[in-house]
Design a protein around this ligand. Structure first.
Ligand SMILES: Nc1ncnc2c1ncn2[C@@H]1O[C@H](COP(=O)(O)OP(=O)(O)OP(=O)(O)O)[C@@H](O)[C@H]1O
Ligand SMILES: [Mg+2]
Length: 508
């Protein structure tokens, strides 16, 4: 019985916001979805969980009309059967998506970004500034947040832009909002405020579909979770009573046990030695030694200066004072080219802007920083060498790719992140800086990625692991440094302290 039938029978049960059955989708040879059913109830927060490439984004794109499903799918929205849907039709039904890139206008103000779509949708007439501001203000009020309405978008943080994107969907009377990895680039506290907004919307009767690889978040926010594995639906589960390890098992078919791996590397040779490093407004008085085979975890809250320090060590910005030595040699990088040449690799938090050249092929992205290594005497890239290197890293990192010649943009988000890592590992660095390397990467792949990190450390690499997820540094670093206000304020030994104690100290 569909929701519409129930309504027609006068039981008073509201129809599901969406009810889909038999959804399949193939892209060439890749079956992204096979015979999936999916239902979201009114006012429900529903998560879609699954490993990288399991089909989460594809399902969202089908429901929101971006992709057409393969023939045979049954689709209804709010109890009404629909034969096919376009993005415009979906919007007309009150369905909104907050895409990863947010699709906002950077040069326009907060008020304009919030109310613009609504105004564009109406008949052409003069845009009343005051009316627009009032509209924007009403939605901000509804969410209980305050933002400067006249600030230009490009002056806001990612978290604030996300709020603007959410507000924009609400101006148009959203009944169902899709959020695909909305917290991927947010810090711990920003995530908490986003989750508060999601709860508020749901209390107002708006249905939310939420995708995140942070399972703690999935369990905290949703009432039900649909699990996908390899494009198939494993099942739909109540989150009450669900645990992270059970959910991981459903997603991967495997179990993962976290254990502390830290050890004492103080007798090893120092690879990186930093003393008295300063850059006004970013970090101050930084002393840091990372030894061969050592993984140092760097954690802290928003604005702690972790990324700023990482960028300086990678030559992207210049320290104003202090000294850096690499393998005992003093270094002073004028650019990241100098840093790469000296053996520093940097896997960034933001794969889309710093990490990959989207339109280029997977193979070219892996090869980019090592061009020097594989050019032969004639300054041409040796195809044989290029192919060797590419297939080696794609195999080692277990990247799910069609062909290495495909553009990187066709890969699922988490697989793109693995390509970023492959790209840097191919440079055979001495110091590897990982800045939030698992943003958007699924649990299975995280475990795989950290197994690689450990292996690299065992081979003598020095590794700086930057993350605001305390468990990530706790289980993968030899020691943890806590940064706040641009300074190192404490260090913790995972062998001596419980995870809860470190979390309490960092998040307090
Ligand atoms: N436009 C496309 N062309 C070719 N293949 C595609 C396209 N879109 C998705 N795919 C493939 O379909 C599969 C599912 O991808 P999808 O983006 O839905 O995964 P996902 O679950 O969202 O993963 P992630 O967690 O990494 O974001 C992947 O193998 C992906 O490479
Ligand atoms: Mg996705």
């Amino acid at each position: 019985m569909t929701g519409a039938d129930r309504d027609a029978a006068g039981t008073g049960v509201a129809a599901p916001a969406v009810s889909f059955a038999r959804v399949s989708k193939a892209f060439g040879g890749v079956r992204a979805l096979s015979d999936v059913s999916f239902e979201v109830l009114p006012g429900e927060v529903h998560c879609i969980a699954g490993e990288n490439g399991s089909g989460k984004s594809t399902l969202i794109k089908i429901i929101t009309g971006v992709y057409q499903p393969d023939p045979g799918a049954e689709m209804s929205y709010f109890g009404r059967r629909v034969d096919s849907v376009t993005p415009a039709v979906a919007r007309g039904l009150g369905i909104n998506v907050i895409w990863q890139d947010l699709a906002l206008f950077p040069q326009m103000t907060v008020a304009e970004n919030i109310a613009f779509g609504d105004i564009l949708g109406s008949r052409p007439r003069l845009v009343h500034r005051r009316q627009m501001r009032a509209k924007a203000e009403r939605v901000l009020d509804r969410l209980g947040v305050s933002l400067d309405l006249d600030a230009r978008l490009n002056t806001l943080s990612i978290a604030e832009r996300q709020i603007v994107a959410i507000c924009r969907t609400l101006v148009g009377d959203a009944r169902l909002v899709f959020m695909d990895e909305p917290t991927a680039s947010l810090t711990h506290s920003e995530t908490q405020s986003l989750l508060a907004i999601v709860r508020k919307l749901s209390a107002d009767g708006v249905s939310i579909v939420f995708v995140s690889h942070r399972l703690a978040e999935v369990l905290a926010i949703s009432s039900r979770v649909t699990v996908l594995r390899d494009g198939r639906k494993v099942g739909v589960y109540d989150t009450e009573g669900m645990t992270q390890s059970r959910l991981t098992e459903l997603m991967t078919g495997k179990t993962f046990d976290a254990e502390v791996i830290s050890g004492d590397r103080s007798a090893e040779r120092a690879v990186l030695e930093v003393s008295g490093l300063c850059r006004a407004g970013e970090y101050e008085d930084i002393d840091l030694t990372i030894r061969a085979g050592e993984v140092v975890g760097l954690t802290g809250l928003i604005g702690a200066g972790r990324t700023e320090l990482g960028l300086s060590l990678f030559g992207m910005t210049r320290p104003e004072r202090g000294a850096v030595r690499l393998n005992g040699e003093p270094v002073s990088f004028r650019s990241n080219r100098d840093a790469i040449a000296a053996g520093v690799a940097y896997v960034s938090e933001d794969r889309l802007t710093l990490g990959l050249v989207q339109p280029q092929s997977i193979a070219d992205n892996v090869v980019l920083p090592v061009l020097g290594k594989i050019v032969n005497g004639l300054d041409l890239i040796s195809t044989g060498k290029k192919n060797d290197l590419v297939s080696r890293w794609i195999r080692e990192l277990n990247v799910k790719v069609g062909r290495p010649e495909d553009p990187v943009s066709t890969l699922s988000g988490g697989n793109q992140q693995r390509i970023v890592l492959a790209k840097w590992l191919a440079t055979e660095p001495k110091l590897l800086i990982l800045d939030s390397p698992t943003v958007g990467v699924d649990v299975g792949a995280r475990a795989g990625l950290f197994a690689i990190v450990r292996q690299l450390a065992a081979e003598g690499l020095a590794i700086l692991l930057i993350s605001d997820e305390v468990p990530e540094v706790y289980f993968n670093a030899d020691r943890i440094i806590h940064m706040a206000g641009g300074r190192f304020i404490a260090s913790y030994d995972p062998r001596a302290l419980s995870l809860a104690a470190v979390e309490k100290a960092v998040y307090a």
